[in-house]
Design a protein around this ligand. Structure first.
Ligand code: HEC
Length: 112
């Protein structure tokens, strides 16, 4: 019985959240200490769908020279492996699971 409960819990943790609401929680836990109200990272309002590295912020050359737009795909690639996406980036935190990246990206889209 206990075993089944643990298994069910593991499955639900692995499946992860998939809504902007859950993305907000993840963001508050994993991102907010550096973004939106913190000087450590650029503000992220309007970042989804907007140009890469275009806020008032001292970006690394790696991200600054990347060019292009933050799409679902590029945000996912960056959050999955920041240094692979933009070598030299100063954002080192990554989001390991796909459902969590999806939820965070949905939340980023709500930040205007
Ligand atoms: C320890 C601080 C820190 C944390 C935690 C952090 N970031 Fe960042 N983030 C940065 C920095 C610094 C940059 C700028 C990187 C560069 O210039 O290479 C950045 C850049 C970004 C960008 C690109 C912004 C732009 O203007 O193009 C996005 C998107 C982003 N972070 C999302 C996130 C998300 C989502 C999380 C949470 C999962 C997160 N960050 C957690 C520091 C952080």
């Amino acid at each position: 019985m206990l075993r089944m409960t643990a298994a069910a819990l593991a499955v639900s943790l692995l499946a992860g959240p998939a809504l902007a609401q859950d993305g907000a929680q993840l963001f508050n836990l994993q991102c907010k200490m550096c973004h939106n109200g913190s000087p450590l990272g650029p503000p992220l309002a309007g970042v989804a769908g907007g140009p890469i590295a275009a806020k008032q912020f001292a970006y690394s050359p790696g991200l600054k020279n990347k060019g292009g737009t933050w799409t679902d795909e590029s945000l996912d690639a960056f959050l999955k492996a920041p240094a692979a996406f933009a070598p030299g980036t100063r954002m080192l935190i990554s989001v390991g699971t796909e459902p969590n990246r999806k939820a965070i990206i949905e939340y980023l889209k709500t930040l205007k």
